[in-house]
Write a protein of this length. Sequence first.
Length: 479
Amino acid sequence: MEVKNFINGEYVDSHSQKTIDLYDPSTGKPYGTLPASDGIDVVQAYQSARKAFESWSKTKTAERVEIFHRIADLIEKNQDRLALAESKDVGKPLWLAKEVDIPRAAWNFRYFAGLIEHHLDQSAKVGQSLSYTLNQPMGVAGLISPWNLPLYLLTWKIAPALIMGNTAVCKPSEVTPVTAFLLGEILNEAGLPPGVCNIVQGNGADAGAAIVSHPGIPLISFTGGTATGERISSLAAPHFKKVSLELGGKNANIIFKDANIKKAVRGSVRASFLNSGQVCLCGSRVLVQEAVYDEFMEQFIAEVKNLKVGLPSDESVFMGPVVSQDQKEKVLAAITQAKKENGVILCGEENLDIPKENQDGYFIRPTVVADLTDCSDLWQREIFGPLVTVRSFKYAHEAVKLANTSPYGLSASIWTSDLSRAHKVAHEIEAGTVWVNQWLKRDLRMPFGGWKQSGIGRDGAEHSLSFYSEQKTVCINFG
């Protein structure tokens, strides 16, 4: 496969003609290339976006909405093709891409199309003066998306940016670029004007940094690792850009003694290992109240051992490989470190039944580690793979303290039948989202983002529209 940049409605190579190899996680072998774009390619994309902004920002809302619904229709029409590409690129099970990633990409466009139709500006009257607000597009948005949910999270940025009248220069992850590449076809077929959305492929250090530091791009939205987020902040600061950062997570999954244990086990397994643990919201720190620790852990480990790991195309597998060799080595290094710290590997070292032709793929057993201290780097640091740490607690305040020890604050899950406890613990946990007796239930109308090192800003509903616009107050004297 030969991935290309999408600039001004056309597929083009990078100006240097240099490429990056694209690897299949299930085989560990290259299966295509993508452009190794740099600052020159970003300038070309920016110029296209800036020119398109002049007309797109003045396009009637109803026309933008109509185009968005056509985009959503075409994503749904191409679901099988997009899901297959996402599955191969990321290594995620095909059923997961069909069930979650592609439908959500379509819904992102439908949701923001509907939201903008019902958006109301504020107004207020004082004496003989009437004040009202305007939310106006800012220009060219720089959108940088991660590799774990490529199309899902890229469209989560594109949709609100464009519906507000901005244009965009996007950079998907160089590890998983294919669905962003295919999206260009869909945008053209839906009638999105050339230059409104441009997609530049390449490394973050080259293409990504060029987007962030370009003086003509006034706002940056980034989803990815905390270290990269820190770098983006430093590059954007001299230009006083608006910056939204959705960063890492080391999320607590707390099971109280009065929880429905069967439901908590099922939810905790999913929260630990969905998408091979490569979700920033994964419950990678499992805390279980002492009174039910043995009961919970017996069922939890049994469920984890029964998870099927295999080829993404197999509809019966729960986990495919991790996304890259680097990610595999990172997880294996964490397991080695756990042993050095006298952690107990409760499961994860069993042999994998993988076909001979896939032995070089990036497969790892789901791994559970106990007996690490809360000072352990593995307890504190995001690993982003199929490895979770577990420990017990005695009292609710102890669970909250353990949950809040991490420098991250993206999400948490609480499992209890006591509604008062649920409210109290949710209030005390330092995280942007807290689920009770469930995990990963996302409502696009609700604000989403992190505390502490998990990010800056909020996405969702009016929060997204506000970020992708500049607010102006007009005050008129009518006396």
